[in-house]
Design a protein around this ligand. Structure first.
Ligand code: GDD
Ligand code: MN
Length: 380
């Protein structure tokens, strides 16, 4: 097999037949397969089966009963299950014209690059299909920000957010990838030192159906950026910072309504603790949820820890001021910093610990795990 074309689909039934027809025509003469990795809730799987029976190329369907990690997870699964080492990842809505595939293959043969990205932003490329001016501005801005954050790893990529690319899976370590949301190419480029070549393409209008991009995907993208750049701890810190601002806001609001500041502080603290828990479940420890204990137990542990921390921190602060005679502000900074590290350690090692029988963890193993969690890759 020369080539596997991996197509993630979520409710793309009206596009399947046309996509298979054009892809088969564009790759005529090659030993290839089309692999749909499908998370649909509509009749897309049935449509793929129907088209497969008549198609001029082998068409395979993997329907994920329990989809994880969305589009990125589907793509990674497709690359793993592909027959060929050379995979083309392509959207299922024909915004990625299959006619570009031969150029990507030529670029791969010419350069030996591990990734050949089809770019909207290199000479001759275009983004005709971006819905409107807002979407175009968001895409441009996000690309700039991302390139600014990874100037080395993305030096050869004009369009790290494209979802259309060739990947030679022998050149990268799939186990290093932690896909979340839409931007799987960014995940690959940020975590692998891999040679990138590009070919221009025109991002077309969606053929049929509707886009699955959303505000939520946008948030997920920001979390992905921060985790890729600064490690997992930064996602946690970001949520902590958001929580602190919310805390102050709630307190101000409640005292303004006439509540006593003690009660306002208590309510603000509890609301923040619950809010932070929900955010960190979704954005920071997401890929650990599968092996962790039940949600209520995670919540109980997290909630107790944060309350205990709040109770202990104040007396410790007083003790520091009284015995070390340092300023209360400095003491607050110290206690907050220690509390932050302790909170991160407690959450990654206890709250989200993988459940396994026997084998009590030793201190070495703990230290290693903490190190792993905190130091997940960024770049030099
Ligand atoms: N399996 C699976 N699971 N596929 C999904 C999921 C999911 O949860 N969500 C979306 N898809 C599929 C869609 O069916 C489509 O084939 C492809 O992923 C892209 O999704 P769209 O809904 O068309 O999103 P888009 O057009 O906004 O995003 C595309 O353009 C971006 C560039 O602006 C994607 O290709 C992005 O990767 C690309 O960066
Ligand atoms: Mn699309």
């Amino acid at each position: 097999m020369d080539l596997s074309i991996v197509v993630p689909t979520f409710n793309e039934a009206p596009n399947v037949a046309e996509l298979v027809r054009r892809t088969a025509a564009a790759t005529e003469g090659l030993e290839r397969e089309i692999l749909f990795v499908d998370d649909s809730t509509d009749d897309t799987p049935a449509e793929v089966e129907r088209v497969a029976a008549l198609a001029a190329v082998p068409v395979r369907l993997v329907h994920r009963e329990k989809p994880s990690a969305g589009l990125g997870g589907a793509v990674l699964e497709g690359i793993r299950l592909a027959e060929a080492d050379i995979c083309i990842v392509m959207d299922g809505d024909l915004q990625h014209p299959p006619e570009v595939i031969p150029e990507m293959l030529r670029a791969h043969r010419r350069t030996g690059a591990g990734i050949v990205a089809a770019s909207r932003y290199t000479g001759g490329g275009a983004a005709t299909g971006l819905a409107d001016a807002v979407r175009t501005a968001v895409s441009r801005g996000a690309t700039l920000l991302t390139k600014a954050m990874f100037p080395l790893r993305l030096r050869d990529s004009t369009d790290p957010m494209t979802g259309y690319f060739l990947v030679d899976r022998t050149q990268l370590d799939l186990d290093r990838l932690r896909p979340r949301g839409f931007k799987i190419l960014l995940e690959i480029l940020a975590r692998n030192d891999i040679v990138v070549a590009e070919v221009p393409f025109d991002f077309a209008e969606r053929s049929a159906g509707s886009s699955k991009a959303s505000m939520r995907q946008g948030m997920r993208f920001l979390a992905q950026l921060s985790v890729l750049k600064f490690g997992k701890m930064s996602g946690f810190a970001l949520i902590g910072a958001v929580g602190a601002v919310a805390n102050i806001g709630i307190m101000a609001g409640l005292t303004h309504l006439g509540m006593s500041y003690i009660w306002a502080a208590i309510i603000a603290a509890e609301v923040t603790i619950v809010g932070n828990f929900l955010l960190q479940e979704r954005f920071v420890f997401r890929e650990m949820l599968g092996n962790a204990s039940a949600r209520w137990l995670r919540f109980a542990k997290s909630f107790s820890f944060n309350n205990a921390e709040a109770l202990i921190r104040i007396p410790v602060l007083a003790l520091l001021v009284e015995t070390w005679h340092i300023s209360s502000v400095l003491a607050a900074v110290i206690t907050l910093a220690v509390a932050f590290v302790a909170r991160f350690a407690f959450h990654s090692l206890v709250v989200y610990a993988p459940q396994r029988e026997g084998a009590p963890s030793r201190r070495r193993v703990l230290a290693q795990k903490l190190d792993e969690q905190a130091m997940q890759p960024g770049e030099l």
